[in-house]
Design a protein around this ligand. Structure first.
Ligand SMILES: [Zn+2]
Length: 564
């Protein structure tokens, strides 16, 4: 046989052997991509509680059968839910996808600033909302100024790939999945009923209506011991609500036949579990209830992934898991542990600030100069400054100096040397104006880069603030997240699938690497503003026939064979 023919024969043979590390959206390899987010899930939790995880396909799907990254940090400084989910979906930071906060202010028809949510879209109305719902304003991803991995998957397959988003929170369902999705579903806060918006459909699919009409919500209330009151706030913090969300995802996968695409291309679902955020805000990361919720989620995840194994086969599924942000220790836990955590009132500085601003620039319109301290941005009322003839530069620079003066004036209040450890006063560690962020007038340091990545035109006239470690303006109980400090930026990064080499990986990676890595494996374009790195260290090397069966057997991972 001539050399050229022999080479063709070899290549043909290679082509027939589907390699373990091979993935390709155009050939349904894998059949289903799952991006799983746990809201407010800090990067230390999985290792901290791993001894408690008993299920095969629960957290151990990642810790024992997948690629487990110990050092995943967001590389920006506005660690809030909407921004985090947009970052996971788009593989870009706020300077790429535009989402800075859960809500911000836009000028209304009356010229006054009006608060808008990161997904509210009044061109559409809610679908499936319970009778009597007062505000039927719809939702879409229209504020998200970048494409998502799901969008690119749809485009790459000529509209054949089906992409869906699910979460108790609208912003978490919508911003992670994107624009070209077939549906996004979230819950009505009072009842827990699943709803969507006319951006996607005019009525709920039959399987979703059936889910709402079933005993699921009542069973979750019963299991969590919450007979009355807000489903979202009270049931939402329980392990029953983790199952409630995963059961809905199962109903969606079954109802829409996800992973069984008629055009034989890859489908995708993003699932964000809100429960850890609801419980975490109320009780903090160190409370036994948060540990219990994470440990109980193990069984819920095991049920979900076992369902996927039975219906689609885990060897045909590729999963990434992460969090949208971490969280700070509560002041109560800090006090008990001898760590000077400080939960102070935002009014401590916004009230004297407003007074100083009004003294310097007498108000010429209704409203105030300070709209809100919406961590980490101090949002200013552009209209009020403009009415007083003050430019953006003067408004932001003057406000910055005043905030610095106010913080300089905070002192430790007790002079009693026998009183034990004293609280440190609130410390302003960094403050930058919108103008500095927009024009890139930031220090050439790692911190400067975090701030640059937090820029969005939606923030308007404002200042970006960061405080001392474990210091946060909040409500006096519970805790929050938003800052440039590591504990807010640290999240898990986990992968499962035949494309990955199981193991624990040390070294800094970021949630933006999910979109980059999956786009590479699926052989599709990255999302439009993606900045992540392909995590080649965790991808099976070579991609073609390099993994032996014994390799995969030794780590318990499923083996993708030629016939799949
Ligand atoms: Zn969140």
């Amino acid at each position: 046989m001539p050399l050229i023919k022999r080479l063709f024969a070899v290549f043909a043979l290679i082509g027939l052997c589907v390699p373990a590390g091979y993935a390709d959206a155009y050939d349904a390899k894998p059949r289903l991509v799952v991006i799983l987010v746990f809201d407010q899930f800090r990067g230390d939790y999985l290792d901290r509680y791993r001894a408690e995880f008993k299920s095969k396909n629960g957290w151990n799907l990642f810790l024992k059968q997948g690629a487990h990254f110990t050092d995943c940090y967001y590389d920006y400084a506005n660690l809030v839910t909407a921004a985090g989910h947009a970052t996971i979906g788009t593989g870009a930071y706020t300077d790429g996808h535009g989402i800075p906060l859960n809500e911000w202010y836009e000028a209304g028809p009356d010229g006054q600033p009006h608060q808008v949510s990161s997904v509210a879209d009044d061109r559409y109305v809610l679908v499936g909302a319970p009778a009597g719902t007062k505000d039927l304003t719809g939702a879409s991803a229209h504020w998200e100024m970048a494409t998502t991995l799901g969008d690119e998957l749809v485009l790459a397959t000529g509209g054949q790939a089906r992409v869906y988003g699910v979460s108790m929170k609208d912003r978490a369902a919508i911003l992670t999945s994107g624009h070209a999705t077939k549906g996004a579903f979230w819950v009505d806060h009072n009842t827990g009923a699943w709803e969507t918006s006319t951006y996607w459909m005019k009525e709920l699919p039959a399987w979703a209506a059936e889910f709402n009409a079933s005993e699921h919500a009542a069973a979750a209330r019963k299991a969590s011991g919450v007979a009355k009151g807000s489903f979202y706030e009270l049931v939402g913090r329980s392990a029953a609500s983790v199952s409630y969300q995963l059961d809905f995802a199962e109903a969606l996968i079954t109802g829409e036949k996800l992973g069984q695409n008629p055009a034989n291309v890859t489908d995708m679902i993003t699932i964000s579990i809100s429960s850890t955020d609801i419980n975490g805000h109320a009780f903090g990361p160190d409370d036994p209830s948060q540990k219990e919720l994470i440990v109980q989620s193990d069984a819920a995840l095991d049920a979900f992934f076992t369902f996927l194994d039975k219906t689609i086969g885990l060897r045909n599924v590729m999963v990434a898991m992460t969090g949208d942000h971490g969280v700070a220790t509560t002041q109560k836990a800090g006090d008990a542990e001898g760590m000077p955590v400080l939960d102070f009132s935002p009014g401590d500085f916004t009230t004297p600030l407003e007074q100083k601003l009004e003294e310097k620039f007498p108000l010429k319109t209704k409203g105030k100069y300070v709209l809100q301290m919406d961590n980490p941005y101090l949002l200013l009322n552009r209209g009020a400054f403009e009415a007083a003839g003050v430019s953006e530069e003067e408004a932001e620079n003057t406000t910055k100096s005043m905030v610095e003066q106010i913080f300089d004036g905070f002192v430790s209040r007790t002079g009693d040397a026998t009183a034990g450890r004293q609280k440190e006063p609130p410390a302003l560690t960094n403050i930058y104006t919108t103008k500095q962020m927009r024009e890139g007038l930031l220090p050439q340091t790692q911190y400067g880069r975090l701030i640059a990545h937090s820029y969005s035109p939606y923030v308007g006239w404002a200042l970006h603030l960061n405080f001392g470690p474990y210091q946060f303006p909040w409500h006096g109980s519970g805790t929050t997240h938003f800052s440039a400090n590591s504990y807010d930026r640290h999240v898990p990064l986990e992968f499962f699938g035949t494309a990955f080499v199981p193991g624990t990986y040390h070294g800094v990676v970021a949630p933006v690497d999910i979109a980059a890595t999956f786009a590479s494996l699926l052989r599709i374009n990255r999302p439009s503003a993606a900045v992540g790195r392909v995590l080649t260290e965790a991808i099976r090397p070579g991609g073609v026939g390099t993994t032996s069966v014994s390799d995969t057997q030794s780590v318990g991972a499923p083996v993708m064979r030629g016939a799949n």
